[in-house]
Design a protein around this ligand. Structure first.
Ligand code: PLP
Length: 366
């Protein structure tokens, strides 16, 4: 039996044709027509005004902090229940994270956010909020708090491309948003990211910094330091082809979630990740918690059948790396981590694959 992966790449079929066009143009470089096309297609899909394609979402987050003027000694609020890629950029800037725990949405708690702001030794300059597993965080409340407190909002929408809250796309609520096209995301370019904003000046500055901060001169002049963070035209060609099927991918991921939800509905101990009112997540991964069963038993039983599954993210405030970091916690993300499982959720999974996963789960849970 072939392995069922957690979230493998799912090509549209057009990728190689577009890559062939890149080779014909010979723009095998971190610039070219497909890079611009990819940026435009993200703008068209999400409704954001400006975008810059980067080699990773981690790089895009780093650029966001740089262009917003966050530096050494500044405090940056962050979802604690997230992946490390969300917060590494804070360290690159020698800034100080303050981790905010989750609420019943699994995402950042607006109540604890307010507490974290009050607790900070000096006013935090920015918040990085993650839409975990493709499900929307409470952006209305979060934006209101940050507007009142004059704090920049950066959305880590690495996992949530295509998710909406009141018909508005994730990544477009804050001052800046970030998407990832890493190998396991809903769309992939093998590796890649995108930084978006309605603010033209911020994106222009990010593009400049991502291109070694080279001044607009006929020779090489530099007034500040930059990075080599731009996306390859070859990979952008994959991205353009992937964007053409984004709606289909979201639809299928949501369908897989519904299949699991129906199949496992008899088990009272299972709680699936919720969806906040007015939102529609992309259901990047189907995730759930188990009230009585140790999740490692499910993960092991699946692995024995050559099926990949994983624990939920380990919260940042529990990471050895961040043992000194400030935090406002309530035990919720820790409990989620201790009781949760991510099930295989790739858009190229068949209904039969979902059935296989559920049969194994039923054996363990009974
Ligand atoms: C994948 C991911 C990232 C990092 O994306 P890369 O493109 O791999 O750098 C950041 N944050 C979250 C929440 C992610 O899931």
């Amino acid at each position: 039996m072939s392995r069922i992966f957690l979230s493998p790449p799912h090509m549209s079929g057009k990728e190689q044709q577009y890559i062939a066009e890149v080779f014909e143009s010979n723009y095998i470089a971190p610039l070219g027509a497909f890079v611009e096309h990819f940026e435009k297609s993200i703008c068209a899909y999400t409704g954001v005004k400006h975008a810059v394609a980067t080699n990773t979402a981690t790089a895009a987050l780093h650029l966001a902090l740089r262009v917003l003027g966050i530096g050494a000694g500044d405090y940056v609020l962050s979802s604690s229940f997230t992946f490390i890629g969300s917060v590494n950029a804070i360290l690159y800037q020698n800034a100080l994270p303050i981790f905010v725990d989750s609420d019943e949405s699994w995402n950042l708690s607006p109540v604890l956010l307010q507490k974290a702001i009050a607790k900070a030794p000096k006013k935090p300059k920015a918040l990085i909020v993650t839409h975990l597993y493709g499900q929307m965080a409470k952006m209305s409340e979060i934006m209101e708090i940050c507007k009142n407190e004059d704090i920049y909002v950066i959305e880590d929408a690495a996992e949530s491309l295509g998710a909406t809250l009141r018909e508005e796309q994730s990544g477009t609520f804050g001052d800046m948003g970030v998407f990832s096209f890493n190998g396991n995301k809903i769309l992939t370019t093998s590796g890649g990211g995108m930084l978006v904003s309605d603010n033209a000046a911020l994106i222009a500055k990010a593009k400049f910094l991502a291109t070694q901060a080279k001044e607009d001169k006929p020779f090489y002049e530099h007034k500040e330091y930059g990075y080599n963070y731009r996306m390859s035209n070859v990979l952008a060609a994959i991205g353009v082809a992937q964007m053409e099927v984004l709606d289909e991918r979201v639809r299928r991921r949501r369908e897989i979630f519904d299949l699991y939800s129906q199949r496992l509905s008899a088990y009272d101990e299972i709680a699936l990740m919720p969806e906040i009112h007015g939102s529609s997540g992309n259901r990047w991964l189907t995730t759930l918690t188990l009230e009585h069963t140790d999740p490692s038993r499910v993960i092991e039983a699946l692995e024995n059948e050559n099926i990949e599954s994983r624990p939920l993210w380990k919260p940042m405030h529990l990471q050895p790396l961040f043992k000194e970091a400030l935090r406002v916690e309530n035990g919720i993300s820790q409990k989620l981590f201790e009781t949760g499982v991510c099930l295989p959720s790739g858009s190229n999974m068949s209904d039969e694959d979902v059935d296989c996963v559920c049969k194994v789960m039923e054996r363990v849970l009974k």
